[in-house]
Ligand binder design. Structure first.
Ligand code: DC
Length: 224
């Protein structure tokens, strides 16, 4: 297949969206865009400047002062996110950011700014983008849309292990609560809530290895 399509991957927190998106991008030689990283970078900026998500005017002003870019990290095989030129890839994954991100991501102005940048990054196709609103809002005409799910137990276990590996001291219960809370805020917010696009294919990866998922999705890509 020579045509470079757009692949939209949405789903709940810690479903393994980025892992499969990264694998797909590598296999197809596409660009991978982790849109969650963008909302996390915005959140980091706000938290560091003491701007509460309830202070809409301050959030709007701060949005004008932040620039989010990406820089390819060959070691990771993916792009790191930069906030005003500073690499914040690790910081944005900290629990203090995970706890706040859904509140800032629910703000209309924040979403408008991120969506505009995402549409620009993917306008020529050849992109795998993961997030919550990619198939519904950012690229409603994406050739392939995937909605990912996995059981809460599997997701908690994965995320917990990931954080432990990074040296975070956190309880499994705290991880479980954070995932449940983010899912709730992300799917009940007024502005482009997380929902499956009508034409998205469901990928439940609770019991699938990375290789199995990749083979399945590459089959879908060939069908487009
Ligand atoms: O994918 P992630 O867990 O890193 O995303 C962090 C948060 O950002 C998530 O809780 C909801 C928000 N988000 C969003 O609202 N829209 C997106 N396209 C991506 C993420």
């Amino acid at each position: 297949m020579t045509k470079k399509i757009t692949i939209a991957i949405d789903g709940y927190s810690s479903c393994g969206k980025s892992t499969i998106a990264k694998g797909l991008a590598k296999a197809l030689e596409y660009t991978f865009v982790d849109t969650g990283a963008m909302y996390r970078a915005v959140t980091l900026h706000m938290v560091e400047h003491g701007i509460e998500s309830t202070d809409l005017q301050a959030v709007k002003n701060a949005l004008k002062q932040l620039k989010i870019t990406f820089a390819y990290n060959a070691g990771r095989g993916a792009s790191d996110v930069l906030l005003n030129g500073k690499n914040v890839e690790n910081e944005i994954r900290e629990m203090r950011i995970s706890k706040q991100v859904s509140n800032y991501a629910a703000i209309k102005e924040v979403r408008e700014a991120m969506v505009a940048q995402q549409q620009e990054m993917g306008k020529n196709g050849g992109v795998v983008m993961d997030g919550r609103d990619i198939g519904t809002v950012v690229f409603p005409h994406a050739e392939l849309k995937i909605f990912m799910t996995a059981s809460p137990e599997v997701r908690t276990e994965r995320r917990y292990k990931e954080l432990l590996d990074k040296g975070d001291t956190i309880s499994k219960e705290e991880v479980r609560e954070n995932l449940a809370e983010r899912d709730h805020i992300d799917s009940t917010r007024e502005e482009s809530p997380l929902r499956k696009a009508d034409d998205a294919r469901i990928l439940d990866n609770s019991n699938l290895t990375m290789e199995e998922q990749l083979a399945l999705v590459l089959g879908w890509v060939r069908e487009v």
